[in-house]
Design a protein around this ligand. Structure first.
Ligand code: ADP
Ligand code: ZN
Length: 371
């Protein structure tokens, strides 16, 4: 069970380690040992049949006892009804759990968010270990400690910051991930390259084939590098530098397109890819960067089968390409303060800055340029 990367996430009063490797879900005995023997695995209906047996077998090697609680896969189940059901089930296990019992979340971002929130709130907080199984959860959700649910009024409006004891990422489990889901994570990887590490884009470009075919060594390297970037941004922000906003690169226009298109029409990765292209367009129009830099990013996105204009997508509703509608959605975004849309724009390869003075005309021109 080779471990390829160990990254420390340092937050005030709380640090934890992210371990990345290949076939490492089989080495979980130490979790059971630390838990006084009692572990509850929370997972979803897609991931359970693929990986829950291996995880349970690995936990029981340390003579630990584990139960599995499964809920139906899909973002539409990340809600209070599922939370209540999972909570009722964990609290009625026999023998009862106690505050030393460990919650293990096994799944994508939905499982990590909902299961993490159950861990944060059951018996006022149980230790939890996160085993993410999507590339998006690996490189994005697994670092930062956000847990929670969607509410009727909007996504992720219920929740808590709650840090895991550890995050264990097995690159080998990505081989069963549908291509669209891989694309969601890849868009965030490109984002990390643009905001912090231009050489990461070289790595991606040199390994397109191995990445898209889920070659485990290459994915482990990709994940390790991206977790390190996200961890450094998040830890720096805990020191109040405001850097965390840089992670919003590509998401301002991207979220607006995703929302305007309607639920489930575009994947998050597709929307963020378009948002990044639009942000580059704005940066170019303000002479912040050279057009060759933007061209390079568009080329990589295309090689990763992510869209760079509206024509790359079929069935896109007209709403989603209407600049006025998108501007309206941005004005209502919870990250928008006092009507001013804050844009993260590239200023040189691997470096971004925040701009409060992007005009409506610049936004509309960038959307129009998407086709
Ligand atoms: P996210 O993209 O935020 O990680 P989800 O938790 O909804 O979102 O995961 C996306 C989908 O992929 C879900 O249907 C989930 O059940 C499924 N899934 C998660 N991990 C794997 C995996 N390793 N192999 C196959 N399907 C997976
Ligand atoms: Zn995102």
């Amino acid at each position: 069970m080779p471990i390829t990367h160990e990254i420390s996430v340092d937050l005030p009063g709380r640090s934890y380690k992210v371990t990345v490797g290949i076939d490492i879900l089989t080495g979980l005995g130490r979790i059971a040992a630390a838990s006084d023997g009692r572990v509850v695995v929370i997972t979803d209906s897609n991931v359970r049949p693929l990986y829950a047996d291996a995880v349970q077998a690995s936990l029981s090697d340390a003579s630990g006892r584990s139960d599995v609680i499964e809920f139906p896969a899909g973002e539409e189940h990340k809600n209070l009804a599922t939370y209540e059901d999972v909570m009722d089930r964990i609290l009625s296990l026999e023998p009862p759990i106690d505050r030393r019992s460990v919650v293990v979340t096994l799944g994508g971002g939905v499982v990590g968010d909902l299961g993490g929130f159950v861990a944060a709130t059951a018996l006022r907080g149980l230790p939890f270990v996160n085993l993410p199984t999507t590339l998006l959860a690996d490189v994005d959700a697994a670092v930062g400690g956000k847990t929670g649910l969607n509410a009727q009024a909007g996504k992720n409006l219920i929740g808590a910051f709650y840090q895991p004891e550890a995050v264990i990422i097995d690159a080998a489990v990505l081989k069963t991930l549908p291509a669209d889901e891989l694309g969601n994570g890849l868009a965030e990887c490109v984002k990390h390259g643009v905001i912090r590490d231009w050489a990461l884009l070289d790595f991606i470009e040199d390994n397109i084939e191995k990445i898209t075919s889920c070659q485990p060594d290459t994915l482990a390297e990709l994940i390790g590098r991206n977790v390190a970037i996200k961890a450094s941004v998040v830890s720096a922000d805990e020191r109040e530098s405001g850097e965390r906003a840089h992670l919003n690169f590509g998401h301002t226009i991207g979220h607006a397109i995703e929302t305007a298109a309607g639920y489930g029409v575009l994947s998050h990765g597709q929307a963020v890819a378009l948002g990044m292209v639009a942000a580059f367009d704005i940066a170019e129009s303000r002479s912040l960067i050279d057009s060759s830099v933007a061209g390079r990013v568009r080329k990589i996105l295309t090689e990763l089968s992510l869209p760079v204009n509206f024509d790359d997508l079929s069935n896109l509703p007209a709403e989603a390409r209407n600049p006025n509608r998108l501007r309206e959605i941005m004005a209502h975004d919870k990250k928008t303060l006092g009507g001013v849309v804050r844009f993260v724009l590239p200023v040189s390869p691997g470096v971004v800055a925040i701009f409060d003075d992007v005009t409506d005309e610049q936004i509309k021109a960038a959307v129009a340029a998407l086709g």
